[in-house]
Design a protein around this ligand. Structure first.
Ligand code: TYM
Length: 345
């Protein structure tokens, strides 16, 4: 009997990830994405994109968009990405992304996109007023990843459904065009307590740039006083901290704060509770959490300001990254065009 399973991808391991330049970065972006980018850069070749084409799926002031693109690049560098190893670039500087996205729009099915929960959450009751780009957003995301045949994608948990779609598109493309193993089935890198950081005001909602309350998030640019005040006011419940992880069940705010502490200190939640279990939140835990946040974020924010003081250097890094990205992208796209049957074959 012949083996009917599709051929596995046999290419090298490679990382791709992206962040939208659509507002200030917060603790969720830092723990869910940037920290993982830095940890992976020594393990595999990696591309770290500022996804400005994704950002314009919702209105962005043109002058602000350029500045925010430099800010995300500065945040990547400040978190510890090294442009000598990592390829840092703006999505719009590599037009191959949108060309591959078009081909993928013809592979993905409307039914697949109709299931995307992020789209539904963002548009609420007013789907007809959303941009078409917001609807096809996950297809462009699949193109970002597969244009470089990336195998590993460090992201927060909110991106899992988009990564499933990316794998569905890769598998359908490989199957429909009889190109087994051409595109890899990229895997998320999203484990650990940093993958899902929730709002400080509501443990049931994720920490987000678009939350109208600034008290709901720690921004990378917040100073020590702002961080301390936000943690002091962070919502908790009336019970003391539990002694065990099981005791966090049904207590989303407590779970979130303990998770943040664990992610920042490199401990497990159980270890954090060994220290603070049984105590009230305000007693030692919240002050220690604020100190930890300040100690971790203040140097990142200072380095970010340092990079932003020299936009010429950032632009040089982005231009160099875009050139390296284009050199990797072009052969994949040329082969894709040939597989699809575009002229001259
Ligand atoms: P974006 O810009 O919304 O967020 C950037 C990264 O931060 C993560 N993140 C979080 N992680 C933990 N807790 C949170 N509260 C939290 N909020 C955000 C996100 O999961 C993400 O990793 N669609 C992507 C951008 C993108 C992309 C890509 C990512 C475009 N193309 C290709 C990976 C690969 C997004 O909206 O990220």
């Amino acid at each position: 009997m012949t083996d009917q399973r599709p051929a596995a991808y046999a290419g090298p391991k490679r990382v791709f990830s992206g962040v939208q330049p659509s507002g200030d970065l917060h603790l969720g972006n830092y723990l869910g994405a940037l920290v993982k980018f830095v940890a992976l850069q020594d393990e595999m070749e990696g591309l770290y994109c500022v996804v400005d084409q994704h950002a314009i799926t919702q209105w962005q002031e043109p002058a602000k968009l350029t500045a925010q693109t430099r800010e995300i690049a500065a945040a990547y560098l400040a978190a510890g990405l090294d442009p000598a190893k990592a390829i840092i670039f703006p999505q719009s500087a590599v037009p191959q992304h949108t060309e591959l996205a078009w081909i993928f729009q013809c592979v993905a099915r409307v039914g697949w996109l109709d299931r995307m929960t992020q789209f539904k959450d963002k548009v609420g009751k007013h789907k007809e007023r959303a941009s078409v780009g917001l609807y096809t957003y996950p297809v462009l995301q699949a193109a970002d990843i597969l244009l470089y045949k990336a195998t590993h994608v460090p992201v927060g948990e909110d991106q899992m459904q988009h990564l499933e779609l990316t794998r569905d598109i890769a598998a359908k493309f490989n199957h429909d065009f009889d190109a087994p193993g051409f595109f890899p089935l990229a895997q998320p890198v999203a484990e650990g307590p940093g993958a899902r950081i929730m709002s400080l005001r509501d443990g049931g909602a994720k920490m987000s740039k678009s939350d109208s309350s600034d008290q709901s998030r720690i921004n990378l640019t917040d100073d020590a006083d702002a961080i301390a005040a936000k943690i002091r006011k962070a919502k908790t419940d009336a019970e003391p901290l539990p002694q065990t992880v099981e005791g966090l069940a049904g207590r989303p705010e407590a779970d979130n704060l303990v998770g943040i502490f664990a992610a920042l200190s490199g401990q497990t939640k159980a270890q954090v509770l060994e220290t603070f279990g049984g105590q009230g939140f305000g007693q030692n835990f919240k002050p220690a959490l604020a100190d930890l946040l300040i100690a971790r974020l203040a140097p990142v924010s200072a380095r970010m300001r340092g990079f932003l003081a020299d936009p010429g250097q950032i632009d040089q890094i982005l231009a160099d990254g875009a050139e390296r990205a284009r050199a990797l992208a072009e052969p994949v796209l040329t082969e894709t065009r040939r597989i699809v049957g575009f002229w001259p074959g």
